[in-house]
Design a protein around this ligand. Sequence first.
Ligand code: FES
Length: 317
Amino acid sequence: MLQVQVFQKTAEAVDISSFELRAVGTEPLPPFSPGSHIDVCMANGVTRQYSLCNSPEERHRYVIGVLKDPSSRGGSIAMHENIEVGQIISISEPRNLFPLEESGKKHLLFAGGIGITPMLAMAHALAVLDADFELHYCFRSIDRAAFAGALQESPFRERVYLHDDSGADEQKLNAKQFLGQIEPDVHLYVCGPSGFMNHILDTAASCGWPKEQVHREYFAATAIDHEGDQPFEVELAISGQVLQIPADRSVFEVLDEAGIEIPSSCEQGVCGSCITRVLQGVPDHRDQFMTPAEQARNDQFTPCCSRSKSPRLVLDL
Ligand code: FES
């Protein structure tokens, strides 16, 4: 963990504040790549992830933007109400689950609401690289559009498109207009509330975007209700081995114990690293990574948090 000091706290929009965190001492902060987040540990014992939104070129500070969520379970409200300038707080080193595809020849960034935060760092980085990109920022109304002013004054402002849901029809986002044409090496990045993300991701899928060119980041997982969880079996198609998944353990844990290695990162259904092909059976999807349309195909699932509706799942392992 790192100790940092809150250097500045700024009201950026209705219910959104930014926090500028600086190193305690003279050492620069660990470097980060665009799309990275940090874990912030609060005095109430709650840890929350927030994307870094400043330029990755900067080593003297991390900037995060925090939406005050009325359904907060101790995270965002504590940030808004309890964290003040001068306080020392503990954070993790930056981690990146939403990296830029640097070999891409063009990048389309779609942000909804507070989903603008990782996109800001990406836009800064792409501008430094003189890369070809567009940033589409959708928000409910201009008073809720954090960082919109800074974007309009940024050196890359001609690449920024603001879409105000409460504004004139002609400036509202028509996703198909921007996603209708697919070219190799053009990459799409999406971050925002789940309704927004599903809309963009479903539009991209209906236009035929290949999965490898679509990148997404969901916010931290919402709590999963484990009441009523039942045991089930998992069969590994390659070896025929059958594993019992107890009601209180995840498929990932049981596979890991059996020596079956699956890539993982968030372990809460938001990053997609553990996605595994399902050959038979019906998963009980608990992740926030796949869209409802992707989940409905039932041909893959996230073993870190998802379970099974059928007595057995056959996995392509
Ligand atoms: S490890 Fe992140 S979705 Fe499973």
